[in-house]
Design a protein around this ligand. Structure first.
Ligand code: G6P
Ligand code: ZN
Length: 629
């Protein structure tokens, strides 16, 4: 089949600056004529036409509402009727010779018939597009496919578009449905700032984009290759199994046999909640087919375009069903909770790890994985190259790094900073307080990898107990032992979502201004709580990348206390409406006899100080945060 390429005129649309993880907006914003097209073309232009020509691109995502339209539209009967109505409308307009109405209507009809990214890739001279079946690929799987997959002719991917708004809700009718798109490079990691800045600059000047309007719609529910011929040569769309490459990679990292033994032991029980995100496309294959877990251990594992109406963010607030099943809900279910529970976000790069009636903070999780990786996970058998965490993540990992004499890095929030270290062979394991954990097997955080890492540690610690009479070493045992060895970092995060952006900025400015006089700050601290130690220093976090020397400024406001406690304030880079203020509160307890306190009780003096020092209620009008994790 031969296709033609036409040039469509467009004009810049405001606000297309990619955030921490690409462009994330309300679905209705993405549905504006040319909105997605402008961004995709600006990305192609930033990558440079020479590199786009002949490229192999992965295009897929978490399957949220609008993904199919972005990749290509489903031809449904309702759309058929819209075409019919549109046709008669167009005919009428034509008779009336009303040109402006004509072109407006044309745009509307064009929108309905587009296979946006595939058609634009074809028109830009891309050689082939790889699409996961039904456009489903988790973010870590996209990274794995870019790095690992070889086409039948030996081709390798040059990069990929990931269609997701991660942990933000989706769907056509939900109150806050979001859509998103980001570009990942040939190393499998998110585009660096040098590229995203160029993309943004291009969105401000874009005038036209090429598109292959008549390219037929490909059946993305069937595995196979469709080949076409355009003015620039051959163009293929290959639909492939969403899980194959990823499962193969996981099997090369972990000892599946030992995890299988753990999961089939009557002493162990397991529950995995995909929150109706794309993790569902992997969960059955990995946990049930490969590792022999029960079907009933899977919760919400059917991917849905609206995540079943839920908020697909794996934390104690939003993963309600799992939290209840694990015995952490407000009321007792009367059923004995499983030994291990985990949840994923919409695109399956985040994870939450739970034990029976026990929550593992993400900051502790990465520290515990780092401390146990070498004996428990074959991939790390030769040792760790280094470890890293984002600045607001607790210092639990720092203590492990020091004790194991590992290279350690503190980077700004955002996974791309870890990617640079990994490409340079300086980091093996990393994590963030925002429920992200991962390793250098790919260049994204990886929710299922984190679950397999924990199952490997549990399998390793229970080598002797699974067969004999001895009691199971539980998640809680592992965490408490870790605290007793390394000390405990009591930790909590308060989120104030959808705050007036101007007020949020004022609060941050107020906190920066305060930093000019530490003695003054200490007077205020003592006035609020005399039992909190003195602030020793305060600053705005700035990072110099040790690999490329680039400097990232204004990465969060820090107040560091003499006893090792910290308060950090940051504005979220992933919201799509208003501003989200994040307040991170951390206190270090070295004394093993004091590591067993209730977290909220241990942190309450610092919370008091944080709220009053920042004048949180005064600036935001909020007496309580939206979410506490
Ligand atoms: C995404 C990134 C993470 C980052 C998180 C922060 O999930 O991939 O690396 O930690 O966003 O989000 P925030 O809303 O705090 O900017
Ligand atoms: Zn995510």
């Amino acid at each position: 089949m031969v296709f033609k390429v036409s040039l469509v005129s467009t004009s810049p649309i405001d606000g297309q600056k990619p955030g921490t993880s690409g462009l994330r907006k309300k679905v209705k914003v993405f549905k504006q004529p040319n909105y997605l097209q402008n961004f995709v073309q600006s990305t192609f232009n930033a990558l440079t036409p020479a590199k786009v020509k002949g490229a192999t691109l992965v295009v897929s995502g978490d399957g949220r509402y609008y993904s199919n339209d972005a990749v290509q539209v489903h031809y449904s009967s309702s759309k058929f009727w819209l075409y019919v109505v549109g046709f008669f409308f167009l005919f009428d307009m034509f008779l009336l010779k009303s040109c402006s109405c004509y072109s407006r209507l044309f745009i509307q009809i064009d929108f309905l018939s587009e296979q946006i990214i595939i058609k634009m890739a074809a028109a830009n001279g891309v050689r082939r597009v790889w699409v996961g079946k039904n456009t489903l690929l988790s973010t870590p799987a996209v990274s794995a496919v870019i790095r690992e997959r070889s086409g039948a002719d030996g081709s390798k991917a040059t990069g990929g578009f990931i269609l997701t708004a991660s942990h933000n809700p989706g769907g056509p009718t939900e109150v806050r449905p979001d859509f998103g798109i980001k570009y990942n490079m040939g190393n499998g990691g998110p585009a660096p700032e040098s590229i995203t800045d160029k993309i943004y600059e291009n969105t401000k000047t874009i005038k036209e984009y090429p598109i292959a309007e008549d390219l037929p719609i490909v059946d993305i529910s069937a595995i196979g290759v469709s080949s076409f011929e355009g003015p620039g040569g051959k163009f293929d769309v290959e639909v492939f199994d969403s899980a194959d490459d990823y499962v193969k990679l996981m099997k090369s990292i972990f000892d599946f046999e030992s995890i299988r033994k753990l999961l089939s032991s009557p002493k162990f029980s397991f529950c995995y909640d995909a929150m109706h995100g794309v993790a569902g496309a992997y969960a059955h294959r990995i946990f049930v087919e490969e590792l022999g877990s029960q079907e009933s251990s899977l919760l919400n594992c059917v991917p849905k375009e609206d995540f079943g109406g839920g908020h697909p963010d794996p934390n104690l607030t939003y993963a309600k069903e799992l939290v209840a099943r694990m015995g952490l809900g407000k009321s007792d279910t009367g059923v004995e909770p499983p030994e291990f529970g985990a949840a994923a976000d919409g695109d399956a790069d985040r994870n939450m790890i739970l034990g029976k009636r026990f929550f593992v903070t993400p900051s502790d999780s990465v520290a515990i994985i780092a401390a146990n990786a070498v004996g428990a996970i074959p991939y790390f058998s030769t040792g760790l190259k280094g470890v890293a965490r984002s600045m607001p993540t607790s210092a639990a990992l720092d203590v492990v790094a020091k004790s194991l004499n590992l290279k350690f890095f503190e980077v700004p929030t955002g996974w791309k900073f870890f990617g640079n270290l990994m490409d340079a062979g300086m980091c093996s394991v990393c994590g963030e307080e925002s429920f992200g954990t991962g390793s250098d097997h790919i260049r994204e955080k990886d929710g299922i990898w984190a679950v397999l890492a924990w199952l490997s540690i549990l399998a390793h610690k229970n080598k002797e107990t699974l067969d004999g009479d001895a009691e199971l070493v539980t998640v809680e045992d592992i965490v408490r032992k870790h605290w007793a060895t390394y000390g405990r970092h009591y930790y909590t995060r308060y989120d104030y979502e959808n705050v007036d952006a101007g007020k949020a900025k004022e609060l941050m400015e107020h906190l920066v201004k305060l930093q000019s006089s530490i003695p003054e700050v200490n007077k205020m601290v003592k006035g609020i709580r005399s039992d909190v130690s003195n602030v020793s220093s305060a600053d705005e976090f700035e990072y110099k990348d040790p690999v490329d020397g680039s400097i990232s400024k204004h990465q969060g406001i820090r107040y560091l206390f003499e006893d090792g406690s910290r308060l950090v304030f940051r504005l979220s880079g992933t919201g799509s409406e208003g501003a989200t203020i994040r307040l991170y509160i951390e206190q270090y307890e070295k004394d093993a006899s004091k590591t067993g306190r209730e977290s909220h009780e241990a942190l309450s003096p610092l919370v008091d100080v944080a709220l009053k020092l920042s004048k949180m209620e005064e600036f935001t009008g909020r007496s309580a945060p939206t979410v506490i994790t």
